[in-house]
Design a protein around this ligand. Structure first.
Ligand code: MG
Ligand code: ZN
Length: 223
């Protein structure tokens, strides 16, 4: 029996406890929060830029960008008009509730309706670390290949929505959409899905409408 498993379980439960605290802080301020996960290069930051621009004047948006080293993504979110806090994980390949907690302390939460957290690009461990967000979204993309649900079931199983980005590349890349969606359906039946292209803008309105509806539903359940 490997000795390290109980230690890992303790770390995870400590993380989950702090994630609940994070959510309580968000709820006290009435802020709906989304955890966006993906592999590197799937288009998280591009989707976030479009989201910031698309929701300008409709929702007050805050951002937490997790990255291993740079602040490039927070810079892009800020340039698009969001208030953004950068977390550099110093090499860690995922965000955890402690990192998010310290970032929340730097934001005046009452200024926001929606908080988007961009996780570190990685399809494995981000799925295991709750952050305190209300919903989680996976951004997949056509060039990654159609086998990803089969290879990373933990990630596909736990999310509330899957965004399939870069559909403009479908004519140029071997990608069986049916096979990909069968994989998703086996792991997460009925999960909300969006097919879109951050490059052409196709499919983005449905995604923006969904985010706005999520915020509205959150408000309705609280009032
Ligand atoms: Mg990014
Ligand atoms: Zn990790």
């Amino acid at each position: 029996m490997p000795q390290h498993i109980p230690v890992v379980e303790n770390i995870l439960s400590a993380n989950d406890r702090l994630a609940l605290e994070n959510q309580a802080e968000l709820d006290a301020a009435g802020v709906f929060a989304v955890n966006i996960m993906a592999s590197p290069g799937a288009g998280k930051t591009s989707l976030i830029e479009h989201t910031v621009r698309g929701l300008a004047g409709k929702l007050r948006l805050g951002m937490i960008n997790g990255d291993v080293a740079t602040s490039l993504d927070a810079d892009r979110a800020q340039a698009a008009g969001a208030v953004a806090i950068q977390i550099n994980t110093g090499g860690d390949c995922h965000l955890d509730a402690v990192m998010v907690h310290s970032a929340l302390l730097k934001l005046n939460l009452t200024e926001f309706d929606l908080l988007i957290i961009e996780n570190v690009g990685n399809l494995i461990c981000p799925a295991s670390f709750k952050l305190g967000t209300h919903k989680s979204v996976l951004v997949a993309s056509i060039p990654e290949g159609d086998d990803k649900p089969y290879k990373y079931p933990g990630m596909y199983r736990g999310v509330d929505a899957v965004v399939i980005n870069k559909i403009d590349l479908l004519p140029y890349v071997p990608f069986r959409m049916d096979y990909f969606k069968q994989g998703i359906a086996a792991l997460n039946p009925g999960v909300t899905q969006f097919e879109l292209s951050c490059r052409t803008g196709e499919g983005l309105p449905a995604w923006l409408a969904w985010i706005q509806n999520q915020v509205q539903d959150y408000r309705n359940t609280r009032s």
